[in-house]
Design a protein around this ligand. Structure first.
Ligand SMILES: *Cc1c(COP(=O)(O)O)cnc(C)c1O
Length: 427
């Protein structure tokens, strides 16, 4: 039987060699009997533990962790984090509605990022009284000023600057170079703050930056914040007081079952931030997404059949790229663990879904223990950008989601039905 207290830093584990895979203290086999497959399973304990790592590493500073909702926007996860004091980084009006539905009291801890905010989204966020808008262009600052004046509400804003710092990651998720669509050239930011200074509806609250995602080294974060702090000092000389610096998200995780210690990674990150911002007395905002939720989640799927095509062996599972698109979109690696491992020699296989695309794969030429039709396997580290990017491609219903807290597991999203999918359509 599983031990009473398993360290949540590795929530998916075999309690003993002969026992099938567990999430914390809950058997994945039992969960699939109750809720079917494919099934997303998340460890609440690990999400809470990760949030605490940031709080501990930044204990000496006035700081606020604003979880990046886009990584995993399940209402139950938003509520879990809000209850522990987290704020939120949103990138759409839809994400604002999620925060308001899950934890209305957290509206004052919301920052609104994104390159293309609409007038309606701005109005709704002003009415909700969010903490700050991370503004990404001069035109957006003008739009914000106009709507703040219309609603007679002062808009706190930060300019999201583009520091022109290169961060080693996948090109689709690198955002901090001048050639990217994100942010305002840091060399033009001071003039925009000065221009806004005379507007009674705009309050220059902070400076924000976000250089990309899945960044494995602390160095580029430090380099970006060096540049941000220089700007803050330059603004202070001109009489513009900046109350907060928002360092964005982007801290990466180890997708390869490595031995990397997440708490040490956060401390290293916090040290780079601290060094760059030595002397800054204002509030530090952080927007981690992936780091908080990725390793807390797995996608559990059942093997439909195993087929041989020429020299290749394909393990065909009931999950597909519509449920977890990261391998197809970012060439991402996910560890694959059989829920009930079989004895025997490892075999090199491709693990694929049923969708009609050759891009529908979870692993290629992967060495795995023997697998047979009917087996369950878990795709690890699927808690971030998994369900959040799921679609109904091939008219497939999206998976159910389960949250495990200690000994308890509860359904936080029921499996979609075909009726759900057809409902908005008109014949
Ligand atoms: C996506 C995003 C984040 C979160 O990035 P992670 O890599 O998941 O930590 C934070 N801030 C902004 C502005 C983002 O677009």
């Amino acid at each position: 039987m599983p031990k009473a207290s398993h360290p949540s830093s590795r929530p998916f584990h075999h309690p003993q060699p002969e026992v099938p895979l567990y999430c914390g203290e809950v058997s994945l086999e039992a969960l699939t009997r109750r809720f079917g497959t494919p099934l997303y399973v998340y460890s609440a304990d690990q999400i809470v533990e990760r949030l605490q790592m940031f709080k501990d590493a930044l204990a000496g500073r006035d700081s606020l962790v604003c979880y990046a909702v886009k990584a995993n926007s399940a209402l139950a996860i938003l509520k879990l984090l809000a209850n522990r004091g987290a704020g939120f980084d949103i990138v759409s009006g839809g994400e604002l509605e999620r925060v308001l539905a899950a934890a209305p009291e957290a509206a004052e801890r919301v920052v609104f990022s994104g390159v293309g905010k609409t007038a309606e989204e701005i109005d709704r966020a002003l009415q909700a009284g969010i903490l700050a808008f991370n503004v990404e262009s001069e035109a957006e600052l003008q739009l914000l000023a106009k709507h703040a004046a219309k609603l007679k509400r002062v808009a706190r804003f930060a300019l999201r600057v583009n520091p022109d710092v290169f961060a080693e990651t996948h090109p689709y998720i690198s955002t901090g170079l001048r050639e990217h669509k994100f942010g305002i050239d840091i060399r033009q930011a001071a003039a925009l703050y000065e221009g806004a200074a005379g507007n009674r509806w705009l309050e220059p609250h902070g400076v924000s930056v976000h250089i990309g995602s899945q960044i494995r080294s602390a160095e580029p974060f430090g380099a970006a914040l060096d540049r941000v702090y220089k700007l803050v000092k330059q603004l202070a000389k001109k009489g513009i007081a900046i109350h907060s610096i928002d360092a964005g998200g982007g801290l990466g995780i180890d997708y390869h079952a490595g031995k990397s210690d997440p708490a040490a990674r956060v401390r290293e990150y916090a040290a780079a931030v601290d060094k760059a911002l030595a002397g800054f007395e204002g509030k530090l905002l952080l927007e981690p997404g992936r780091f908080l939720v990725a390793q807390a989640g797995a996608l559990v799927t059942r093997v439909l059949n195993v087929k041989q095509n020429g020299r290749k062996t394909f393990v065909i599972v009931d999950a597909a790229m519509n449920d977890l698109i990261r391998p197809a979109l970012y060439q991402a690696h996910h560890e694959i663990v059989p829920v009930r491992p079989r004895e025997g020699r490892q075999k090199t296989v491709d693990v694929v879904g049923p969708v009609c695309e050759s891009g529908d794969f979870f692993a290629r030429d992967r060495k795995l223990a023997p697998i047979e039709a009917g087996d369950l396997i878990a795709l690890l580290d699927a808690g971030a950008y998994g369900m959040a990017q799921a679609s109904n491609y091939n008219t497939r219903v999206r998976p159910a989601e389960v949250l495990v807290e200690g000994k308890k597991a509860r359904l936080i999203r029921r499996r979609e039905t075909i009726a759900d999918l057809l409902a908005p359509e008109i014949l």
